[in-house]
Design a protein around this ligand. Structure first.
Ligand SMILES: Cc1cc2nc3c(=O)[nH]c(=O)nc-3n(C[C@H](O)[C@H](O)[C@H](O)COP(=O)(O)O)c2cc1C
Length: 153
């Protein structure tokens, strides 16, 4: 049984990003809405941080497929997602190797943001030896990602 999680970077847990994820998802799918967790900005004294970062990271470590969704805010990924990703620097030896990563980007005119957001996600995939599987920005691409996930069993 594959463990799949949806890491939602939107402020709206029932918004367009979550709706797009619903088209991708399969049965055993756990949503993690970053807006519901308290995750601090990166700090020099990283091991002292009392927040939810490790709780969320542990969910990623348990997953086989990680669907990362973000709305576009001012031509960028959401701050929720960027704050979380910055904190990966606190756990450079996290056992994420081999996990499959799928990216969802939602925006009214997301074209300018897509290369940047994709580049960041590809960067963390390379650094943590995860496998970047692809991007969906609309429903037809989301259905293709769904097929990709199901066929990757
Ligand atoms: C603060 C803010 C900034 C935004 N900036 C952009 C933008 O630069 N480009 C874009 O395509 N959409 C932008 N949008 C629109 C959202 O990306 C879009 O409504 C998205 O579908 C919201 O997803 P959600 O419902 O999951 O929050 C912005 C929305 C907000 C709230």
């Amino acid at each position: 049984m594959q463990r799949r999680i949806f890491l939602n970077g939107s402020m709206d847990i029932n918004g367009n990003t979550a709706r797009l994820a619903n088209l991708v998802r399969d049965l055993e799918y756990v949503p993690i809405h970053l807006s519901e967790f308290h995750i601090n900005q990166i700090r020099p004294e990283y091991d002292q941080q009392q927040d939810d970062f490790k709780k969320v990271m542990n969910q990623l470590i348990l997953a086989d497929d990680i669907v990362i969704g973000t709305p576009v805010y001012w031509s960028s990924m959401s701050g929720y997602l960027k704050t979380f990703i910055d904190r990966f620097a606190d756990v450079l030896d996290a056992p994420l190797s081999g996990k499959r990563v799928y990216l969802l980007v939602q925006g009214t005119a997301p074209e300018d943001a897509i290369p940047y957001i994709t580049n960041v996600i590809r960067h963390i995939c390379r650094r943590f030896h995860m496998k970047y599987m692809g991007l969906a920005t609309n429903s037809s691409e989301a259905f293709k990602l769904h097929d990709l996930i199901v066929n990757e069993k």
